[in-house]
Design a binder for this molecule. Structure first.
Ligand code: OGA
Ligand code: MN
Length: 213
């Protein structure tokens, strides 16, 4: 009987299953086409509109309690997204995230209770040096999530690769990931060191964290 309930109540989602299985086997997952190019276009426009309101700030290092701006470490501009004030495009994005979170909590008991997301603009010649996404005074960040909003036709020579530093049998291995539009990267915030290599053409994204208590 319990099988029947599950079958009625729960629809397996192949994309989410891929994320779960990748995280289990390699602590990161790359999904192309998580957003369609039309959806990327809407969100890129939402980012541009917010930027025209002049609300982006130079990103800091450290958290809101102890932060400093350090251009030698990161040069991106960010704007934290507020779900309670979301435009329809932003709401579409949050709905996708909320759906993913509900699935992760339900199928893997991940205990994700909070989330935080910001837009990011990397102007030409900026970067984010090798780092880890958790703070000394706060380790609630569980999964890092990056979603690229660049225009269709992003080229490898535009730079801005996300590089994950992985450990394979005691050897460090670099996983180089291009910020193609619609692609998302999800990884374990507490484990995976990573960097954004210097950007040659302005690079747009949404970055966020799924957090435990
Ligand atoms: C970050 C980060 C990666 C990326 O914002 O902490 O590492 O590819 N971003 O934008
Ligand atoms: Mn990071």
């Amino acid at each position: 009987m319990s099988h029947l309930f599950e079958a009625i109540d729960f629809v397996e989602n192949p994309i989410y299953e891929q994320i779960i299985s990748d995280l289990g086997s390699q602590q990161f997952s790359i999904i192309d086409g998580f957003l369609s190019l039309d959806e990327v276009e809407l969100l890129r426009q939402a980012l541009i509109d917010r930027h025209e309101e002049d609300t982006f700030k130079k990103a800091a290092i450290g958290n809101r309690v102890n932060e400093t701006i350090e251009k030698s470490i990161r040069g991106d501009l960010i704007l934290w997204m507020d779900e309670t004030k979301a435009t329809p495009s932003e709401m579409f994005f949050f709905n996708k995230i909320n759906d993913l979170v509900a699935y992760l909590n339900r199928t893997c008991f991940m205990g994700i209770l909070q989330k935080e997301f910001h837009y990011a603009i990397y102007p030409t010649n900026t970067f984010y040096k090798r780092h880890i996404d958790t703070f000394q005074n706060d380790d609630r960040r569980k999964l890092s999530f990056v979603c690229y909003l660049n225009e269709d036709g992003w080229l490898p020579e535009n730079g801005g690769e996300l590089v994950l530093y992985l450990n394979k049998n005691g050897q460090e291995v670099e996983k180089v990931i291009y910020p193609f539009p619609g692609r998302i990267v999800v990884f374990e915030s507490q484990i995976i060191e990573h960097e954004v290599r210097p950007v040659k053409t302005e690079r747009l994204s949404i970055t966020g964290w799924l957090k435990t208590r």
